[in-house]
Design a protein around this ligand. Structure first.
Ligand SMILES: Cc1ncc(C[n+]2csc(CCOP(=O)(O)OP(=O)(O)O)c2C)c(N)n1
Length: 378
């Protein structure tokens, strides 16, 4: 038998809630009302925050940032399965999941305004910060998962990456290591079909990203990434496998970025209006809202009250972040010496002292300029 067929697993494609909010009853996951409400709440909170941040960026009050609108179902449908003690390793479009895990909105506003404090996970939250170097977070996730195995920790790591990231070498190394060591990692791919202006057809020849799982010896599945129920079901199975010691899984969610890549990008140069219109009709929040309405989870009045409540939460967070951005604590340049070393080395201490003296003399000079009489009396 010199030439035989090698049987390889097939890759499934799953969709449960269609773009009109109609559910496939045979596949509908059993989710209690409180969990459905939580998922919708954080998806909406992320969407409204994203929209608010865009307005602020256009007003010059917010730095350049990558929007998350359109990616809420992948983030929220999967993160909901994590326990507090599990680990979340995001890229940069997982605002919904980060808010759910306990990151205050103001940390996001601060982070994208250039304050390192916005990257600090809140006390007790097992999340890594936003990760901009593409695909590097997947190695961190694989490492955390391997450490969990060494420690006999029954935890799970959920990590996120884009279609562009799937072509990076780091992704290969992370998936191979995670699989070889059976690390409890769930690799969630947000396939929004573009890496900035590069369409997916220009960076890979295969039909799905999910099928790459086969070559790493792990299960892979593609789901409709705008269908929160499909994401929920696929990631539930992945988390269960990881927790049972059966290793990693790759879940690819097919979605679309409704916005520019970042606020500094002009997508009209590489995407047609017709394509954008088509995907807008498939966006994740509207269909989930229809589903919740049909199930009687929320009435129209309650939907409106929730929007009002969340808008007030966002307004308060904006105020807080703008106050923090002016505070002594966040604007003190001496803080840059504080968090790199436990014991600051002598050469850095010297630089810190020099800067401290310099700041004191600048302060003295500006006080003297403001009050020349008092200064000359001394
Ligand atoms: C290692 C690295 N190379 C290049 C970049 C520049 N860069 C920023 S976003 C991006 C595209 C990422 O595309 P994808 O992974 O599909 O994620 P998306 O932004 O679409 O969510 C690139 C190349 C980077 N941040 N890091």
């Amino acid at each position: 038998m010199p030439r035989t067929k090698i049987e390889l697993p097939h890759i499934e494609n799953m969709s449960i809630l269609d773009e009109n909010g109609v559910v496939d009853k045979s596949l509908e996951p059993k989710i209690d009302a409180d969990t459905l409400k939580t998922m919708y709440r954080y998806m909406l909170l992320a969407r409204r925050t994203d929209e608010r941040m865009l307005l602020m960026q256009r007003q010059g009050r917010q730095g350049t940032f990558p929007q998350s609108s359109g990616h809420e179902a992948i983030s929220m449908g999967s993160i909901i399965h994590l326990k507090k003690s599990d680990w979340h390793v995001p890229a940069y479009r997982e605002l919904a999941g980060m808010l759910y895990r306990g990151w205050p909105i103001e940390t996001s506003l601060l982070y994208w305004n250039g304050f390192e404090e916005g990257a600090r996970p809140p006390e007790g939250v097992n999340d890594l910060p936003v990760c901009v170097p593409i695909a590097s977070q997947l190695l961190h996730a694989a490492g955390i998962g391997m450490a969990m195995n060494i420690r006999n920790d029954n935890g799970v790591v959920m990590t996120y990456f884009g279609d562009g990231a799937s072509s990076e070498g780091d992704t290969h190394e992370a998936m191979n290591f995670a699989s070889v060591y059976q690390a409890p990692v769930v690799f969630m791919c947000l396939n929004n079909q573009y890496a900035i202006s590069v369409p997916i057809a220009k960076q890979m020849r295969c039909e799905t990203i999910a099928q790459r799982a086969v070559s790493y010896g792990m299960p892979g599945i593609r789901v409709d990434g705008n269908d929160v129920l499909a994401v929920y079901q696929a990631s539930l199975e992945a988390v269960d496998r990881a927790r049972a010691g059966l290793g990693p899984t790759l879940v690819e969610g097919l979605t679309y970025r409704f916005t520019p890549h970042t606020t500094a990008d002009d997508p009209k140069r590489y995407r047609s209006d017709a394509e954008c219109d088509l995907w807008h009709k498939r966006e994740p929040l509207a269909r989930f809202k229809t589903y919740l309405g049909n199930k009687g989870i929320y009435s129209e009045k309650e939907f409106a009250a929730l929007e009002e409540e969340l808008d007030a939460v966002i307004k308060a967070a904006v105020k807080k972040s703008e106050e923090l951005a002016q505070s002594e604590e966040l604007t003190n340049p001496l803080a840059m010496f504080d968090n790199l070393y436990h014991d600051i080395p002598p050469y850095l201490q010297e630089q810190k002292d020099e800067l401290k003296d310099h700041l004191a003399s600048v302060k003295k000079k500006s006080a003297a300029n403001q009050n020349p009489q008092k200064a000359s009396a001394h």
